[in-house]
Ligand binder design. Structure first.
Ligand SMILES: Cc1cc2nc3c(=O)[nH]c(=O)nc-3n(C[C@H](O)[C@H](O)[C@H](O)COP(=O)(O)O)c2cc1C
Length: 273
């Protein structure tokens, strides 16, 4: 049980984190100190690379932008049908796809904006139902628009549920995207200012996923409540360098589940909120 003093300290730390750190005219970031730039992306860990299709014109998308904006919502009820490999590829492209390299290898320009184009995130995911892909854990390689298989998982539903602190509805997703932050990729450029910016940036990734899923008539929900220790261990991350920060389950949806979706917020009526 946290003491009142501990709670106060945590709240204070959080508030200070949200404020811009104090300006120090003598402070130089590693980029300003001309230190070597870290790699733009994490290299593949295995030789088992899978190239993804990118003929996205073959996905029947809703192309009415205002309709997508107005119909976006969080979906927590999934019908457990498989996604096609093309749909998975499209979601990865819309969230982290590399469109261009700025300079020789200064920065990647992607489908999402990012402070200083640092793109400090890595995308991992668990596949449950994707046509043509074995279930298990994967890592996205944005430079080549490929994925790599990391490992099999004995009980994927239990993995997903544990990874999101027991929000067991997420275990019906066809795929769950897990996003990590590689701290130094942003710190090299922004130093003490990097961390606020990183949290703003991950919002773009998740919003693009919401909009891409909506256009493809799929459902997703941003999840900030995760178990980072469990996930870092499962994905073999050294959390001092790279840490899981959030995740998004994606699944197939059906109109008939409208009530089941609404039931997640039944407490609002029950408690007369
Ligand atoms: C950063 C972030 C974290 C969230 N974390 C959770 C979560 O852990 N569990 C959950 O059920 N919903 C989560 N949500 C979804 C919100 O509850 C949802 O966006 C909000 O209730 C508004 O509903 P709407 O997205 O349907 O408009 C999160 C959303 C965001 C943007």
């Amino acid at each position: 049980m946290l003491t009142e003093k501990e709670i106060k300290t945590i709240i204070e730390t959080g508030r200070n984190f949200m404020k811009m750190p104090k300006e120090d005219p003598d402070y130089l970031t590693d980029q300003q100190l001309k230190k070597n730039q870290p790699p733009l992306v994490k290299a593949a860990q295995s030789n088992e690379l899978i190239s993804l299709p990118s003929n996205f014109d073959n996905i029947p998308l809703d192309n009415d932008f205002m309709h997508i904006i107005n119909s976006r919502q969080s979906h927590r009820v999934y019908t457990q049908k498989p996604l096609s490999k093309l749909e998975l590829s499209y979601l990865l492209w819309c969230t982290q796809g590399v469109k261009e390299i700025r300079g020789k290898s200064y920065a990647t320009l992607r489908t999402v904006p990012c402070g200083g184009a640092r793109h400090e995130f890595e995308t991992y995911f668990i596949v449950q139902y994707v046509e043509g892909l074995d279930p298990g854990l994967y890592h996205y390689l944005p430079m080549t628009h490929q994925i790599e298989f990391i490992k099999e998982i004995d009980d994927a539903k239990s993995f997903i549920s544990t990874s999101v602190g027991g929000q067991s509805w997420a275990a019906k997703a066809s795929v769950v995207f897990y996003y990590s932050a590689v701290f130094y990729r942003a710190e090299w450029r922004y130093g003490i200012y990097a961390h606020r910016v990183a949290l703003m940036d991950i919002g773009h990734v998740m919003q693009n996923l919401y909009l891409a899923a909506t256009a493809a008539k799929l459902g997703t929900c941003a999840l900030g409540y995760i178990d980072p220790d469990y996930l870092n261990a499962q994905f073999n991350l050294d959390s001092d360098e790279e840490c899981m920060i959030c995740c998004c389950p994606v699944g197939t949806i059906d109109e008939k589940d409208k009530q089941a979706e609404a039931d997640f917020y039944a407490f609002v009526k029950e408690q007369n909120l």
